[in-house]
Design a binder for this molecule. Structure first.
Ligand SMILES: C[S@@+](CC[C@H](N)C(=O)[O-])C[C@H]1O[C@@H](n2cnc3c(N)ncnc32)[C@H](O)[C@@H]1O
Length: 217
């Protein structure tokens, strides 16, 4: 495990199991690379989980308003007890669809890290349309998934996620866990009306085939 990161200080009061989880999350996924793609000061992390990416976006940036939303009340509770104590952070238990009804066109940048793989592809259009509804015109979606590139990384990552959802039950799934090829993800964004401006593999240095998209609303 790499050294201590300032964004992890916010989680210092959580029980050991949750602290280990957020440390592992920060060092196993390119969340920092996502955070560098931020534009504007009104941002939200959709499916924020414990709030690791919220922390990367909020700590040291008091001028930024950072929202985190997740339907999993357990995770939002951990997030509230940690990064939720920062004045520039707002956390909400709920889905992206619910937030889009309450806060249309509020955000400059929206982040989504590893959420689509938990949803059946038939639900992607509604999920992505809600993301688009949340963004200001020309706003930016930064989205990371694992891609199904047929590699050993993809097979390992799928097995790992099945354990997280079905055995350890740390992540709530809707029953469908699956990684799709990069082209399928890109097409889903474009069919929702996004223009993909960046599509890049971030798997180097990781054991998961991370793929990142930046798309304009
Ligand atoms: C694998 S976790 C990723 C958590 C976090 N993004 C991270 O990178 O650590 C996926 C999260 O997406 C959330 N989620 C599932 N469906 C959602 C929806 N419709 N709207 C918002 N979040 C959702 C789940 O509750 C879960 O916490």
């Amino acid at each position: 495990m790499r050294g201590f990161h300032p964004a992890l200080a916010a989680f210092a009061q959580l029980p050991l199991a949750e602290r280990l989880f957020v440390h592992a999350r920060l060092f196993s996924a390119p969340l920092e690379a996502m955070a560098t793609r931020v534009k504007g000061n009104r941002v939200a992390d959709i499916g924020c989980g414990h709030g690791v990416l919220v922390s990367l976006l909020a700590v040291g940036f008091p001028e930024r308003e950072v929202w985190g939303v997740d339907p999993d009340a357990r995770k939002i509770d951990w997030a509230r007890r940690s990064i939720g104590t920062f004045p520039n952070v707002k956390l909400q238990a709920g889905t992206v669809e619910e937030l889009a009804k309450e806060q249309p066109h509020r955000f400059d940048t929206l982040f989504v890290a590893d959420v689509l793989y938990l949803l059946p592809p038939a639900q992607w259009p509604a999920f992505l349309a809600a993301c688009r509804e949340l963004l200001v015109p020309g706003g930016r979606l930064v989205i990371k998934e694992a891609e199904n590139d047929g590699s050993w990384r993809a097979k390992k990552a799928l097995l790992q996620e099945q354990v997280m959802v079905k055995v350890l039950r740390r992540t709530h799934g809707s029953g469908a866990i699956g990684f799709e090829p990069r082209e399928t993800l890109k097409r889903a964004l474009e069919e929702t009306g996004f223009s993909v401006v960046e599509s890049v593999s971030l798997s180097r240095g990781y054991t998961t085939p991370h793929v990142l998209f930046v798309a304009a609303a």
